[in-house]
Design a protein around this ligand. Sequence first.
Ligand SMILES: Cc1ncc(COP(=O)(O)O)c(C=O)c1O
Length: 429
Amino acid sequence: MKEIIPSPPPVVRNDVAAVQALFQKNVMPTYGRFDLALSHGSGSYVYDVTGKRYLDLGAGIAVLGLGHAHPAITEALIEQSRKLVHVSNLYYHEPQGRLAEAIVNLLGPGKIFFSNSGAEANEGLFKLARRFGHDQGRFEIITALNSFHGRTLAGISATGQEKVKKGFEPMVSGFRHVPYNDLAAVRNAVSPATAAVLIECIQGEGGVTAATPAYLLGLRKLCDEKKLLLFFDGVQDGYFRSGRFQCFQRILENNPAGSTFLPDGVSMAKSMAGGFPMGAFWARAPYADLLGPGMHASTFGGTPLGCAVALKVLEVIQNEKLADNARRIGEFLMTGLLQLQAKYPGVIRNARGLGLMIGVELAENVARLPGDPSKPQAGRFVPMLHAAGLLVIPAGASVIRLLPPLNLRQNEAEEGLRLLESVVAKLAG
Ligand SMILES: Cc1ncc(COP(=O)(O)O)c(C=O)c1O
């Protein structure tokens, strides 16, 4: 393999401005980007074009489950690409069947549809709900305020945040938003047209808020009672990030009802193939055949290449017990963050999350934070962390998210806490 895996190219262009100019001229300005141009990475570290090294605790927004440039991913890509990169879904191939089997074994009796992204996985759930309710004229899906379900038109319609909808109205009809973790609000929103309920078990973009066990159990009961499908968007919080395959399994693990609990559909994406684009949704057995031949499709869904990489990612996660690592290192980080919060209450308001999905909320009006005070605090804090050599992800106005690789090491977690403290201490004065 060595002859075709050269080491990362040397940094030949150390000019961020030149890379930015290429974007300004040629790439649509849909993203608010930070002033960083990245060049290559290794494990939990990534390097910019000037050669500066960063500890990457954002991991491509929860995508790089095995970190940057993991050799098992490189090898799986090379090995499979020598055999079959792509075949149409008009034919069978083994990697897709084997990956579907592995996910079903991790979740429960049901079937999988493969997509390319999280938004596309959720679109599949929306269509499943419509198909399920179609003959009784039921089509509405209840989602939560502050949720995030993707940027397609139905995705922004499902998302419970006005800012993603603005300028794109009218929305796709049939989505109702209710306060999160409020079972009575869901019950009151059910109408004769309701077909499904969709929530994130930890709201990610909304600021890292976890569902309570009572909420999940209550939703299951309500959905059974009203004959609604219960869907979880596991795009960000799933795939072992919480310390279990899916986040509901973690939230309910100490609950007597947890061992038999199943939702009716789960979407996933992000870290499925460790950075190779891949998404999927699982539907529980009684509903898994609702979408029959010709009803749903995706050209690039479940290609041999994507599935081979995803199978390899699963193998590494299981062999190296990375779910346990996510739990252990997550707890270590959380303890350290709570100590920082106690030491610097004027800068950190709290830390919350499960496993390696952690939100750190800034205190109100952190006095020394540089930048325009009318701009969100998180967006002004993150560049200070960049300067210190740490990448994290803003979530909402005042929260930063830590979503590191699942194989983050203890010494890297310690380094992350040290870098964070170096910035927080400056702000505390
Ligand atoms: C919970 C959740 N759902 C859906 C999506 C959309 O996924 P994608 O960007 O792959 O379409 C995201 C992306 O951040 C997400 O966090």
